[in-house]
Design a binder for this molecule. Structure first.
Ligand SMILES: *[C@@H]1O[C@H](CO)[C@@H](O)[C@H](O)[C@H]1NC(C)=O
Ligand SMILES: *[C@@H]1O[C@H](CO)[C@@H](O)[C@H](O)[C@H]1NC(C)=O
Length: 618
């Protein structure tokens, strides 16, 4: 099934465009003069929002429209704060978690994050919380507690998350439960919360409290009775997930007029929704492709507020800013010479040093073509999953003791996190495409009549067993979760006058013109509850295809007939689902039957395959 939608931009089309400025990281794609642009609408209270950055703080080196790095964001925020100060309004920065796992800059060091913590802390984030990826591995949660929480001190909020001290065994809030503060210029009283969705896959050194229980806690009930001009709820929560609705209802019940602003993440999409006329939520994408913008205007001070005039002049705006250096310059009215601040330059230079120290540009091989996760149909020649099934899995799923055994090799599609672009496949790429430490495990000698049906069960929507806590969709990518929830993207309808007007103020060089019109770069064309005008850059849409939860390769099958038994080989991450499927098919297997199949992580196996099979140089 094909859905009108968008995901990521095409580096390839964009690379043909004019090159006018330098990318932040050496070797990265030149930023692309994207246009037309939609400007930011400022209000009294303004926000910049990052979420699900997953280690991409060096920017997208292969995608020009997302190639700004964390240092550029530091420069950007500095200019935006100055503008806020000049205009007497306020600007706050928010981050909603999943800062780790997914890029060589984080995953490529031992221990992981050797440079990341020092890079990330250089941004002055006003309200910050935790994502599920900070919690899968105990040592990641330890580092969050020992490094990120102290780096951000009172700005770090953990409303429903506890940490267990490894030495004393003592359980304590990971950070303060909420934050009350005044904005710099207007002295608005803000009460801010930081939530995580009802996550259950965390290591045992943290405890996530279900949101419906948190809102009944005395401290929460007291906090929502604090004198506040605005409530700000940040969370590693999809803006359409029930957790946010629960929090909204709890706060609204107590505060009929106070604006409640939500910043969400987790599902990796750009999205916005209004819960009521005085409450607004945005989600700001993934992988540092997007910097979210929200502004609120109208009377915010509670003392000036009456029931009658509460809605007068009250408005919200949202914008999804492409992390494109030229776009950031555009929004600040600056150019390549005036945009970088000393602090921003320092951070960019530090990232360059870290990338060099980690040898992230080391090439394992040259990808002969681009392989897409969901921008090309599965199965198909350009599908990364078909490539895995046909070429990689049969080769890497080998075990000298069992190589003659027919086997079914199952990989969940969520194990792949990003496309592979034609060109150098580097150390960085391995972590970008597959950051997880998953190993290949197996159950030997499973009756084929049973084993053959496992994939079908894994790929059914919903849960294998209604009573089980595990949703099948957690085996797919977060983006697919959004698709299943029918949050779609659609091409905006662009009026002729808009395109013509845009053409008259070209950005970063004027060559992006096709038949008298700007030639649009491919990218996000977001449709949210507010409309079709959220993206700061007008893009040509790209297609997006649904992929199953899992894919499967048949290896060493007899040339005719069916095998009696097979080895069922799968990534350890999906073992609980596989065991449940087998049980449903009448197979009584337990965790003890699951044995390691190949030494090494799936990521290493894939890199090894590429080194052997793709040309060394491009
Ligand atoms: C967590 O699990 C580890 C290893 O499985 C165990 O050694 C440790 O005692 C557990 N910690 C807690 C707090 O339960
Ligand atoms: C930038 O780095 C230089 C050299 O390390 C240092 O002296 C300076 O204080 C830094 N500036 C900022 C704003 O971080």
């Amino acid at each position: 099934m094909s859905l009108k939608a968008v995901v990521i931009c095409s580096a390839l089309a964009a690379l043909r465009l004019a090159r006018t400025a330098h990318a932040a990281q050496p070797g990265g794609a030149e930023p692309v003069p994207a246009q037309p642009m939609r400007d930011l609408v400022w209000g009294k209270l303004n926000f910049l929002h990052t979420t699900d950055t997953h280690g991409w703080h060096g920017g997208h080196l292969q995608e020009p429209q997302y190639s700004a790095d964390w240092g550029d964001y530091v420069s950007f925020a500095e200019h935006m704060r100055k503008k806020a100060d000049k205009d007497g309004v306020d600007l706050l920065l928010v981050d909603t978690g999943d800062r780790v796992e997914g890029n060589g800059l984080y995953d490529g060091s031992h221990p992981k994050g050797k440079y990341y913590y020092d890079i990330y802390r250089e941004q002055d984030v006003d309200i910050i919380c935790t994502g599920n990826h900070e919690l899968y591995i105990a040592s990641t949660a330890d580092a969050e507690h020992q490094l990120t929480v102290p780096n951000f001190k009172e700005n770090y909020v953990a409303s429903n998350l506890d940490y267990i001290d490894p030495k004393s065994g003592e359980r304590m809030p990971l950070a303060q439960r909420y934050r009350k503060f005044q904005t710099k210029n207007q002295k608005l009283d803000i009460v801010a919360f930081g939530f995580l969705f009802d996550f259950t896959g965390n290591a045992n050194n943290t405890v996530v409290q279900p949101v419906r229980e948190t809102v009944r806690e005395q401290w929460f009930q007291d906090a929502i009775r604090e004198e506040a001009d605005v409530f700000v709820v940040i969370g590693h929560v999809g803006v359409r997930m029930p957790e946010f609705k629960t929090i909204f209802n709890a706060i609204r019940k107590q505060n009929p007029l106070t604006p409640i602003l939500f910043f969400g993440g987790h599902v990796h999409i750009r999205d916005a929704i209004s819960y009521d006329s005085r409450s607004f939520a945005v989600a700001s994408g993934r992988y540092f492709e997007t910097i979210g913008w929200m502004s609120v205007d109208g009377e915010l001070a509670r003392t000036a507020l009456s029931q009658d005039d509460a809605d007068a002049g009250f408005s919200f705006h949202r914008r999804y800013i492409d992390n494109n250096l030229l776009g950031l310059q555009h929004h600040t009215g600056l150019d390549a010479a005036t945009f970088p601040t000393e602090h921003g330059r320092n951070v960019s230079a530090f990232i360059t040093k870290a990338r060099e120290a980690l040898d992230l540009d080391y090439a394992f091989g040259c990808a002969p073509k681009t392989l897409w996760m969901s921008r090309s149909p599965y199965p198909g020649d350009n599908s990364i999953y078909s490539w895995l099934e046909k070429e990689v899995l049969p080769d890497v799923a080998t075990n000298p003791d069992r190589n003659d055994m027919p086997r079914l090799v199952i990989v969940n599609t969520g194990a792949i996190r990003f496309d592979i672009f034609k060109g150098a496949f580097t150390r960085d790429t391995t972590y970008i495409v597959s950051p997880f430490l998953s190993a290949m495990t197996h159950i030997p000698d499973v009756p084929y009549r049973m084993a053959r049906k496992v994939i079908e069960l894994l790929n059914t929507a919903g849960k294998i067993m209604e009573s089980a806590p595990m949703d099948n969709r957690f085996m797919a990518t977060p983006e697919q979760l959004a698709i299943h929830e029918s949050i779609l993207y659609e091409a905006p309808v662009l009026s002729d006058s808009f395109l013509d007007a845009a053409q008259q103020k070209p950005l970063g060089g004027g060559s992006v013109v096709d038949g008298g019109r700007p030639r649009l770069t491919e990218g996000y064309t977001t449709r949210d509850d507010i409309g079709l005008d959220g993206d700061d850059t007008v893009h040509a849409p790209v297609n997006f295809y649904v992929v199953p939860n899992c894919v499967q390769a048949e290896v060493e099958f007899p040339s005719d007939g069916e095998p009696e038994t097979v080895d069922l080989v799968f990534l350890d991450f999906i073992a609980p689902w596989v065991l449940m499927a087998l049980r449903l098919l009448g197979g009584e297997y337990s965790g003890e039957d699951v044995q390691l199949y190949v030494e090494g992580t799936f990521t290493d196996l894939m890199a090894g395959w590429i080194e052997k099979n793709w040309p060394r140089h491009c």
